[in-house]
Design a protein around this ligand. Structure first.
Ligand code: UDP
Length: 481
């Protein structure tokens, strides 16, 4: 035999930034291995997210292809151009978006027929992909996009049916998991709170496909949540590979700047600003790729930041700047000028990987999307946790109660952005949390724990590290099939 058997792996991410970004990193991680070719499937409007990164990789001899499938917006009752979960602005659009995902089955089959890959890595949001893969006689791996911890809590609560017996704010201990974790029903994702929609249906189907698929890829590393990666493999899914943090495959500035398709010029400006600040002195504030706060909350955040007086970088999504005139005037003219030098406001997309990597960053106010949490850990940055919806409340618990590298703002019930508007955190509280995270003994303790995790993360992906070994073992297994 001459070299190892050539592998071709298909990656089919859910069409949301929080799923596409780690999937791209993951595909690159595989493609860097000897004799592995990867293809990422996406839709026309999501393609730019992938193409620049891939172009850069191809200059280094790494082979990643992109295949485009048409997104059935119109067929699913969505406006044309709505191809990313982030562009849905109402519960109805949100629902239709998940319907549209189901319509991608046929185009996927066509692509598989054409390209005949050896393996399909498809997002957990495509439960039917397991059957599709089996038609072609290839293994389907699930990509979750969240922590072991979150999935352990999720499965535990499904099994025990405990939630049905509780009222909204009654607290309970999550049964059957390694730690004593206290939660309330109001912190549960919408599908656990009786919301009947496409996402709930999909979630139920995805549990079944978790059992029937070949295995699960997890963007985490065993040392981060050892008890939970073990628990998951023992009780939930036998075959799981920890291959994260996948964001660590972005090594240089250009790599990190390109993540999420940001213009590198903005990234360099941001870096220049950070260069002038002391280590651990800047708070980074970002609530993920799509969440938009109401004006009243933005004002409280702005006042709280100003009162706390710490340096900060605050990312606002575009809609936040154009929705409401009062907010725009206050924020852009008054606030931005007053905090000049102290605070940098980024409108739209921020080079998060680059920012969190800078040693001037000393804290991250985050919505606890898994990618954000993991990127914070990877860079040794403690957090103010402000979960909004989905499994973010679980990730919060991992950060604050298990890892002890975060301060919780005590967020409660929300079910996606529309309802999340009910909860407004006041200026005084924001000021208090910022100070707790950035200065004092507790802050130092959290920071040193976070720095230790950063080292573990780096070791995990190095040659011989746990994630690197899992990746190699998986590739070997796939070759042997
Ligand atoms: N992100 C970024 N710039 C932004 C907002 C988000 O680079 O302005 C990236 C972030 O680094 C992360 C992903 O987008 O990789 C967001 O994923 P996460 O799971 O944190 O949250 P979601 O957007 O899915 O709620």
């Amino acid at each position: 035999e001459s070299g190892p058997k050539e592998l071709h792996i298909f990656f089919f991410p859910h069409l949301a930034h929080g799923h596409m970004i780690p999937t791209i990193d993951m595909a690159r991680l595989f493609a860097r291995q000897h004799s592995v070719k990867t293809t990422i499937i996406c839709t026309p409007l999501n393609a730019p997210l992938v193409s620049k990164v891939i172009e850069r990789d191809s200059q280094h001899g790494i082979e990643i292809s992109v295949r485009i499938v048409k997104f059935p917006s119109i067929e699913a009752g969505l406006p044309e151009g709505c191809e990313n979960l982030g562009s849905t602005t109402s519960p109805e659009m949100f629902n239709n978006f998940y319907k549209a995902l189901g319509l991608l089955q046929q185009p996927l089959e066509q692509l598989l027929e054409e390209c005949r890959p050896n393996c399909l890595v498809a997002d957990v949001m495509f439960p039917w992909a397991t059957e599709v893969a089996s038609k072609f006689g290839i293994p389907r791996l699930i990509f979750h996009g969240t922590s072991y911890f979150a999935f352990c809590v999720f499965h535990s609560l499904r099994c025990y049916e405990l939630l049905n017996t509780l009222s909204e704010f009654e607290s309970f201990i999550v049964p059957g998991i390694p730690d004593q974790i206290k939660m309330t029903k109001s912190q549960q994702p919408s599908y656990f709170r009786g919301v009947d929609n496409e996402l709930t249906k999909l979630t139920n189907l995805s549990v079944q496909s978790e059992q029937t698929s070949y295995g699960v890829l997890v963007n985490s590393f065993n040392e981060l949540e050892p008890a939970y990666s073990e628990h998951y493999r023992k009780f939930i899914v036998k075959k799981a590979w920890s291959i994260g943090p996948v964001s660590l495959c972005n090594k240089d500035i250009e790599d990190k700047a390109l993540r999420g398709n940001i213009a590198s010029i903005a990234a360099y400006e941001c870096l220049r600003w950070l260069e002038m600040k002391n280590p651990n002195s800047v708070l980074y504030i970002c609530f993920g790729s799509k969440f938009v706060f109401p004006a009243s909350q933005l004002l409280e955040i702005a006042k709280g930041l100003e009162a706390a007086g710490k340096h900060f970088i605050w990312v606002m999504k575009e809609e936040e700047n154009i929705n409401n005139q009062e907010k725009q005037e206050w924020l852009l003219e008054g606030f931005e000028k007053r905090v000049e030098g102290k605070g940098l406001i980024i409108k739209g997309w921020a080079p998060q990987a680059l920012i969190l990597d800078h040693n001037a960053i000393g804290g991250f106010m985050t919505h606890c999307g898994w990618n954000s949490v993991l990127e914070s850990v990877t860079n040794g940055v403690p957090m103010i946790t402000w979960p909004l919806y989905a499994e973010q409340f679980y990730n919060e618990k991992l950060v604050t109660d298990v890892l002890k590298i975060g301060v919780s703002i005590g967020a409660q019930e929300c079910s996606r952005s529309i309802d999340a508007r009910k909860f407004i955190l006041k200026k005084e509280d924001i000021e208090r949390y910022v100070n707790r995270l950035m200065v004092g003994e507790e802050a130092e303790e959290m920071r040193s724990k976070a720095k230790a995790l950063k080292e573990m993360a780096r070791k995990a992906v190095e040659e011989g590290g746990s994630s690197n070994s899992d990746l190699n073992a998986l590739i070997q297994e796939l070759r042997s099939l």
